[in-house]
Design a protein around this ligand. Sequence first.
Ligand code: MIC
Ligand code: SF4
Length: 644
Amino acid sequence: MGLTLAEKILKAHTVDGEFIKDNEIGIKIDQTLTQDATGTMAYIEFEAMGIDQVRTERSVAYIDHNTLQSGFENADDHRFIASVAKKHGIYYSRPGNGICHQVHLERFSAPGKTLIGSDSHTPTCGGMGMIAIGAGGLDVAVAMGGGAYYITYPKIVNVELTGKLQPWVAAKDVILELLRRISVKGGVGKIIEYTGEGVKTLSVPERATITNMGAELGATTSIFPSDDVTLGFLKAQGREDVWFPLSADCDAVYDEHIVIDLSTLEPMAACPHSPDNVKSIKEIGKMKIDQVCIGSCTNSSLLDMLKVAYILDGKTVHPDVSLAVSPGSKQVLNMMAENGALSKIIGAGARVLESACGPCIGMGQSPNSGGISLRTFNRNFEGRSGTKDGQVYLVSPEVAAASAIAGYLCDPRELGNMPEFKLPEKFAVNDNMITLPAAPECAKEVEILRGPNIKEYPITTPLADNLTADCSLKVGDNITTDHIMPAGAKILPLRSNIPAISKHCFAVCDEAFPDRALSLGKSIIVGGVNYGQGSSREHAALAPLYLGVKAVIVKSFARIHRQNLINAGILPLEFFDPADYDAIDQGDTLFIDGLKDRVLAGETITVKNVSKNTEFKVKCELSERMKGVIACGGLLEYTKENLK
Ligand code: MIC
Ligand code: SF4
């Protein structure tokens, strides 16, 4: 029986566990990436492991999220990360060099390799034919130390692309179509593997748009084959030496098969407040808009910018609309400056921002009250834009640019003929904003520079024999990490200070939660389906840890967040019967007898609701390794004991 592309790479990298379906396997990680908002904590964790030099082929630290620097905190974090990178063998991509996923795709991605990154959109590099997975900072720290990264052998879904996109229909519409079909839960526990004739018609940046937003499906990762198109992109980056052809065997067996005929797709938008709330532009109709933002790791490549520049050329942004454009990397911005695209964009009245995440993570450009904002980004969760009642629609750059001129949501096909947009034969390669680490023999002399806002990892405790705790919070379905630990310009600077950031935990749902949880000492959170979807931020586990949360009982979890809870030593429990959710109220006292024994034995756990005098059953499915992690009180303690 042949192997799928994902299986080929995973099998070649499996260093622990048997390579069989549904088993937990440990894979060797070739490359890691961090960004600054998760990076400071990841490097604090790495330091705590006491390892001198990273043991990967390439580790890169990017600064792209916290670039507003409205106080000393962000700048201190950048300086800390730069010093850790220099000391421990990590490449450092300076602020201004671009968004981690765009720069990694351009400069470091390589077919057949494995990459984990402390950012949920790490699968972007799946567009290069690599297994690229988003993970918590602690997992990345362990991988930098040479430890394996553990995943449950995923189901492999084949998405067969046939036909060719019609003019003005974009890669973004491909992934929006998939989100429309299988939803934000549709990819959980799965790898999405793209095959078919349609693949050849998509450039690497277009493939990367699709794999990037695979994160919104909840997928472990997404991957495209490495073919001639891949070679062309690598040649243009001056990196063809890393290329080799790689695809699935003809007789590969997939768990699911989905066909998308590219020629039938039309421009679409994900409506507020979920990336899977997808409708065609026609269906939504001529809606007046207030703001347009073009950029983010989903749609900020040179190809995207060339299309935007063409559409804006000689026009003026509608008087009622504010248009912000953030090119994905210094390379993209530089080339736009050289080929005139930038001047067309400026000429039309766009507000050109630096090459960073910016508005995507609520770092400025919040829309007006109730404002309708079209964004080429990947997430439109409630409040993420920084405006609580902002209405964010996720669209392609083509829809965004055409609408910015029109003043209303418009179908770019109304623009008429589309010229052929081609990637250059040579990109303007200049890695001068990537600082190399010190030579290992000089590393000892490098001083780590810590600012006053950089605090230690919170204290963890080993798993207790029994647990009595109150339900400090009850929430509903599809709770995102943006609910649990909001980001934005005010809160992001606190990412390296868990006691301070914890004060904002669940602020979107219940501002009183942090004080309540702290005064309870220990408590349990109850939630619905797909709890913790969205980002990889381990702060969504570390803040609850600091606030004394011992367990989270939900109908189902999103993958990265569940892993982060385990890493933080918080028990991820799932209702056996989802209907039991209804019988718990916030404030109820819950009691678990023989907790430790049951968790370690992998037995069903009975929870007594002392307040209601009822009981219900929960499961805690953990691999032997995860049981070890939970028993120690988290991955940091476990690693200290096991990795030396
Ligand atoms: C996001 O898009 O939500 C982020 C900000 O990039 C996060 C990481 C973070 O919270 O720092 C992600 O996607 O993992
Ligand atoms: Fe940055 Fe937005 Fe991409 Fe997250 S989704 S990495 S915030 S650009």
